[in-house]
Design a binder for this molecule. Structure first.
Ligand code: ADP
Ligand code: MG
Ligand code: MG
Length: 896
């Protein structure tokens, strides 16, 4: 078996081989193939990782020889030799999963150095300080990452850093002096002390043989695949542990030889706002990880032109080559050694939703991609970010700018500031809007960042931790606002001569990078302003135009229609503005809670006789009719699926003593009567109790009233020139006879209204499929039902035998134990609930081939569930108004 793939002059792999070579290895190969300057090396495949774990952490026998051949190939291409005393080869050892993954072993640089080769490197480069700096870094990195010499719980500082601090104290009386001031002799002494530290901690000498160093480092990469952090990360992002990681071994190039060298990271376009501009940063005289580590503040990549113009122009050229070749925005790493540029990595860049939108529409204009690809480039679950509010323009003009930083995560955020993640989380839990303000962030701050509306840092560039996380999570973020001076101990920030304590308000604009004092009112996103408020200025913005373009493309491919769940004319109008083509679910009971209606509703519930109930229902009728008329008008002819009364009646009755006494007074009834009725209506398991069509079966007058309200509204609409298209939906049906009985009432009422008004109207009657018996007997039910709508909330509850409202106490443990990958109430359980849906579809169509099929319920706005519905061949999904764009995008993606 081939376990080692070369890249360089001869390249075995290519960019499509990410499963075998990992993302980094595959793209290193691809860059070599298109002639980019990449230091030669080889990739040890992910299959070795799999073998390693399947065989008690041992390696395949053939591996050693293949790795030796790999080293030989690097030696030939570079004219150096591993462990040589004249011209030693040094390599980096880099882990490489399919996607870069936190928790994996850190990269080891300068491997191959020992007491002899370091002298060779010093002599060859005529730069002993450089050679010993490399050696010092290597022993420290290797000791930490491979040999595990790390901070113990009883220690406050990293042990290697303690050693450095001691030496600086001893020799210069200043333990905080800059590393770059250390002399060759200091560095030599440090290497000696580091090696002693290793010996003391692990009981073994630091490996001197380059080959031992190499196998040790490779082993550590494979070992890190199963460390706790990596496992937690994989669980969170659903990455199977079988994938494994690859190991890349690559000839070193040196960014730290002096002022003609450097190292950096860059994006081919701006990943925060999508602008077509070169974006990134670099450090002169630095080795790779210095840029990300934030020890020194990097310069923006455009400044490189001044320092090293030749390398800069080469970099600009490569920027173009990368985009042309990969046809997507690239995030890449480079090092310059004595004016010569080398590429060390490239991958598709992470981006905000706003950048994704602009990249995709721009690239179609540039003919780099086609519009179908553009649809796929916008992650559906991030689309909502584009709908998030921005600062109100008028308010911003009045606000005081106190600092500026890098615009790292677009959007507007106002909140009370906190300087520590724990306190930010606590405040957010209390319902406060929070901004997390830090000098810089680290992985420990993650919880606080999630809880915050926005993140503000004083230090750090566009590849800092804060910027990275903001891009990934879609958080508003301004980073590197140097004017923000934070005193963690006193819990204050001094900004432009003003003092801000914890709990004070700040506002940040992550699109422009501006920091304002105090609170600023927000305004709707340009997309909402344009679509819903018909705002002319908003419609001229690029964001709005790009969004409209994207949705046009979506409409061109999509098969699945998107409707909305709406109970009011306003919600309906909003959803239509977003492109919904009708209502998939109107929950009529929501209308009963408003204003005085609840009194009539309660009167109905408390009634002892049918006559009393009918009298109370007569009071509700005009309200419902008006509501339906409003909705029909807002719908402008689009269909409306109207669900009849569904929840258990006790939900409408007052619960507290005061409320009950109040109601008794209003209705002129003794309070005992109300207390008794509440008691009677109490259920042990209301979800499976007296609800759904069971209400209308016991009290047919309720169904009759609701049907009458719908039909009279349809007549009123028609008189106003609006075509109503009501689809009456009977909930919780498990038996054909339940539906028959209700449908008969509906038809009889329709006939009566048509006769009374002498107006004809169209309507249909169908049912929700939301309990397993309904799905299993769908062939019978379809004899009566003209349409099915899957009520996936209840279908999930009843299929899984799991109450949505009570599942919170154990679902976490279930997901932890990987019993279920996703919360089944958020994303359809495709294997279980999905099967019931398939049965219902097949059986329903057997009886009624043209039966209309849709889903309503929270799942209608979940991209994965939408794609599943497309696969099942449903005609529509229905979701809340603000999820309509998400569902439209997901539906289009399913069809591309
Ligand atoms: P990560 O996946 O964390 O980005 P990398 O393997 O990309 O880790 O390594 C981090 C950095 O180390 C790179 O950005 C690069 O600057 C530096 N590096 C890696 N390999 C080499 C090499 N062969 N020569 C010089 N620098 C290197
Ligand atoms: Mg990297
Ligand atoms: Mg239901």
């Amino acid at each position: 078996t081939k376990y080692v793939y070369l890249f360089g002059k001869k390249t075995d792999g290519n960019g499509t081989m990410k499963a075998l070579l990992g993302g980094k290895g595959a793209n290193l190969g691809e860059m070599c193939r298109i002639g980019l300057p990449v230091p030669p090396g080889f990739t040890v495949t992910t299959e070795v990782c799999t073998y390693y774990y399947a065989n008690k952490r041992t390696y395949p026998a053939a591996l050693t020889a293949q790795m030796q051949a790999g080293i030989k190939s690097i030696e030939q291409q570079t004219g150096t030799k591993f462990g040589d005393l004249k011209n030693p080869l040094l390599v980096s050892v880099r882990s490489g999963a399919r996607d870069s993954m936190p928790g994996m072993m850190d990269t080891i640089l300068n491997l191959g150095l020992n007491d002899e080769t370091v002298e060779a490197l010093a002599a060859k480069t005529n730069n002993p300080r450089f050679a010993w700096d490399c050696y010092r870094r290597f022993v420290q990195m290797y000791g930490d990452v491979v040999l595990g010499v790390q901070k113990r719980p009883d220690e406050d500082h990293e042990p290697f850093e303690v050693v450095i601090g001691h030496l600086k104290d001893e020799r210069y009386g200043n333990h905080e002096m800059d590393d770059t001031k250390l002399s060759v002799d200091d560095l030599k002494e440090l290497v000696a002390r580091f090696k002693k530290l290793v010996k003391d901690r692990v009981g073994k000498a630091f490996p001197a043989s380059p080959w031992d160093q190499l196998t040790g480092a490779a082993g550590a990469v494979f070992g890190s695949w199963m460390n706790d952090r990596a496992i937690v990360y994989r669980r969170k992002y659903n990455i199977p542990s079988e994938w494994g990681t690859a190991v890349n071994v690559q000839a070193m190039v040196y960014g730290n030889t002096g002022d003609t060298s450097g190292s950096g990271v860059a994006f081919t376009r701006n990943p925060a706002n999508g602008a077509k501009e070169f974006y990134g940063e670099f450090l002169i005289n630095a080795q790779g990880e210095d840029v990300v580590a934030g020890v020194r503040t990097p310069e923006p990549v455009s400044e490189l032109k001044k320092h090293l113009p030749d390398a800069y122009h080469e970099l600009e050229r490569i920027r173009g080559v990368l985009e042309k070749h990969f046809k997507d925005v690239q995030d890449f790493e480079f090092t310059i050694e004595d004016h010569k540029l080398y590429m060390l990595q490239t991958r598709n860049g992470k981006r905000t939703a706003m950048a994704a939108l602009k990249f995709s529409t721009d690239m179609v204009k540039e003919k780099l991609i086609d519009w179908q690809t553009a649809i796929m480039r916008n992650p559906a679950d991030q689309l909502e970010q584009l709908l998030a509010p921005v600062f109100d323009l008028a308010e911003v003009k009045k606000a005081k700018v106190i600092a500026t930083g890098l615009p790292a995560g677009p959007g507007a955020a106002t909140g009370r500031i906190y300087f520590n993640a724990d306190r930010a989380v606590l405040a957010a839990d209390k319902g406060e809007k929070v901004l997390l303000v830090r000098v810089e962030t680290s992985p420990e701050d993650l919880r606080g960042m999630i809880a915050a509306e926005g993140i503000l840092t004083a230090r750090g560039g566009v590849s800092s931790h804060a910027a990275l996380v903001a891009r990934q999570m879609g958080k508003v973020c301004v980073c590197g606002a140097a004017a923000v001076q934070i005193d963690y101990e006193k819990k204050v920030a001094n900004i432009a001569g003003q003092k801000f304590s914890e709990g004070d308000y700040l506002s940040i604009d992550g699109t422009s990078g501006t920091v304002y004092a105090g609170q600023i009112k927000t305004a709707p996103s340009e997309i909402i302003a344009g679509l819903i408020h018909n705002d002319a200025a908003a419609k001229k913005t690029e964001k709005f135009k790009d969004y409209v373009q994207l949705m046009k493309w979506c409409a061109q491919v999509t098969k699945l229609k998107v409707r909305t769940n709406a109970d009011t004319p306003e919600q309906t109008a909003n959803a239509l503005a977003f492109g919904a083509v009708g209502i998939g679910l109107t929950r009529t009971e929501h209308m009963f809670f408003e204003g005085e209606r609840i009194d009539a509703m309660r009167e109905m519930i408390l009634a002892d006789t049918t006559a009393d109930r009918e009298a109370a229902l007569a009071k509700l009728l005009p309200y419902q009719r008006e509501d339906f008329l409003g909705i029909f008008k807002a719908l402008k002819g689009f269909p409306a699926t109207i669900r009849f009364l569904d929840p258990p009646l006790h939900e409408f009755l007052p619960n507290t003593k005061e409320q009950q006494a109040d109601l008794a007074k209003k209705l002129g009834l003794p309070v005992e009567k109300i207390v008794t009725r509440v008691h009677e209506l109490h259920e042990f398991n209301p979800m499976l109790g007296f609800r759904g069509c069971r209400l209308g079966i016991k009290y047919p007058e309720i169904t009759r009233m609701q049907a009458r309200a719908v039909f009279e509204a349809a007549v009123a609409a028609k008189k106003k020139g609006v075509q109503a298209n009501p689809e009456i939906m009977i909930p919780l049906v498990g038996f054909k006879k339940e539906l028959d009985q209700q449908v008969e009432l509906v038809h009889a009422t329709a006939a009566a209204v048509q006769k009374e008004t002498k107006v004809k109207f169209a309507y249909s009657v169908g049912t929700m499929i939301e309990i397993p018996r309904g799905a299993l007997t769908a062939n019978e039910i379809a004899q009566t039902a003209q349409f099915f709508s899957f009520g996936t909330n209840d279908l999930t509850q009843t299929c899984l035998g799991m109450s949505r409202d009570d599942s919170g106490s154990f679902l976490g443990a279930y997901q932890e134990a990987e019993i279920m990958k996703k919360n089944p109430f958020a994303s359809i359980d495709q294997t279980g609930v999905g099967q019931l849906m398939e049965i219902a579809i097949t059986k329903g169509r057997a009886t009624r081939p043209d039966i209309k099929l849709g889903i309503c319920g929270e799942h209608g706005g979940d991209p994965d569930s939408v794609k599943f519905c497309h696969k099942l061949g449903l005609s529509y999904v229905s979701c809340s108004p603000y999820r309509v764009p998400v569902a439209r995008l997901a539906a289009a993606q399913a069809a591309v």
